[in-house]
Design a binder for this molecule. Structure first.
Ligand SMILES: [Zn+2]
Ligand SMILES: [Zn+2]
Ligand SMILES: [Zn+2]
Length: 252
């Protein structure tokens, strides 16, 4: 099993429209960042982690031609706005797409994508399956342990599968989540910018969690252009911590 990062930018993507900073004008392909997303792959099975505005481009780029489900970490646009593009999978596979998410997110999907829950011909067919923290989701012969992440005041989903943990849009991690993250091989964790916000970790705060959890390898993502070009930011990080990029594959 492996997880491939399909997007590593925060909500505006990198480059940002109209910005001429060093990251946004970089010619390094690693500085071309789509909105945060990943695909978990086991044999022929594929689970998309989120379905943001770049979902279609990401599915084409990673040559995902069959999808078994989508796990939505939370309802924000940069994680859900592309869900309409699940249609080709529904048509090809002749199925309603399983969408795993919190109850609150399920309610919001039914409001924001109301047309998808009608019988109008050609709509994306979503089979919404509410899940909760502390439960598991089977995939590819393994179990995803669903963990609570505090995105500011908003509780959202993260997960651990085997020795890999995927935590996006983090501000704080509750004790129960920290307890579930011991002995990690790979920690994928969000890191917005140098200052942080009420709902996102700064570089310093992210590195403090990495130091506490002691994974063999930590990969930072959900990045703002303000962190600068990939190569320079990567160089500034301690041993065992690296900057993620679109396309990076991580073994589970
Ligand atoms: Zn910029
Ligand atoms: Zn968010
Ligand atoms: Zn986000």
């Amino acid at each position: 099993m492996y997880l491939q990062l399909l997007g590593t930018a925060t909500s505006q993507g990198v480059p940002v429209i109209g910005c001429h900073c060093a990251a946004c004008t970089s010619t390094d392909p690693r500085d071309q960042r789509l909105r945060t997303s990943a695909v978990l792959c086991a044999g022929e099975e594929r689970l998309s982690i989120d379905a943001g505005p770049d979902f279609r481009t990401q599915m084409l780029g990673a040559r995902v031609e069959r999808l078994d489900g989508i796990l939505l970490t939370h309802e924000h646009n940069d994680h859900t706005a592309g869900i309409d593009d699940v249609r080709p999978f529904c048509f090809m596979q002749q199925m309603d797409m399983p969408v795993y998410c919190l109850d609150r997110v399920a309610t919001e999907l039914r409001e924001r994508f109301a047309y998808a829950f009608t019988n109008y011909p050609g709509v994306p067919k979503l089979d919404v399956r509410p899940v909760d923290f502390g439960t598991t989701l089977p995939f590819g012969g393994k179990q995803l342990h669903l963990l609570r992440v505090n995105h500011g005041k908003l509780p959202i989903l993260g997960f651990r599968v085997g020795g890999l943990a995927y935590l996006t849009d983090v501000k704080t991690l509750p004790d129960a989540t920290l307890d579930a993250l011991t002995g990690l091989d790979t920690l994928i964790i969000s890191c917005l910018n140098y200052h942080g916000t009420h709902s996102h970790l700064s570089v310093e705060e992210t590195l403090a969690y990495v130091a506490r959890l002691q994974p063999r390898r930590a990969v930072l993502f959900h990045l703002s252009h303000r962190l600068g070009p990939h190569a320079e930011f990567n160089e500034s990080l301690p041993d065992g911590v690296e900057v993620g990029y679109d396309g990076l594959r991580l073994e589970v």
